[in-house]
Ligand binder design. Structure first.
Ligand code: NI
Length: 173
């Protein structure tokens, strides 16, 4: 496995819709392993392939918060939201591509999602709480959308300027 570099906003690859995965093979399973390792190392609770520059519809997540609980790594290939609750909830979201910036985003509180697993088998699950927020945030990445796109323009521009500064500083380092 290998830890990959996570792209920092602004980057055109983070604004591009990813293509559906056509074949679930060993190359894709290796990508999923690398994504999980990269996510856990960050550390983060979700990561979408475009965030490491791979424009394919695959995401990983693990929203288990309790330190003593077993991890639950999930790999979702070609995920689709098949149902969303009318009830909405607000979470303070962050993103590994927008480090140290957090803002409240309102989304459906519960969603039903279908996807292919790493063996190419169809799966579906009902998510609520943090899992529901996380899976919607990660699916947005596959559509070239970031959580800051839900914010008011002024707030979004402020965060984008901070990220441009961060990238300049990292480039100089
Ligand atoms: Ni994100």
């Amino acid at each position: 496995m290998a830890i990959k570099d996570i792209l920092i906003h602004p980057d055109p690859r983070l604004k591009t819709a990813a293509a559906p995965v056509e074949t679930v093979d060993t190359v894709l399973r290796k990508l999923a392993d690398d994504m999980l390792e990269t996510m856990y190392a960050a550390p983060g609770i979700g990561l979408a392939a475009p965030q490491i520059g791979v424009l394919q519809r695959i995401l990983v997540m693990d929203c288990v918060k309790e330190d003593d609980a077993a991890p639950r790594p999930l790999v979702l290939i070609n995920p689709q939201i098949t149902w969303a609750s009318e009830t909405r909830s607000t979470y303070e979201e962050g993103c590994l591509s927008i480090p140290d910036q957090y803002a409240e985003v309102e989304r459906p509180a519960e969603v039903e999602v279908s996807w292919l697993d790493v063996d190419g088998n169809p799966q579906s699950e009902h998510f609520d709480g943090l899992w529901a927020t996380c899976v919607q945030h990660e699916i947005d990445h596959l559509d070239g959308k970031l959580f800051i796109d839900y914010l008011k323009p002024l707030k979004r521009q402020m965060i984008t300027r901070k990220m441009q500064k961060l990238k300049r500083e990292r480039a100089r380092a």
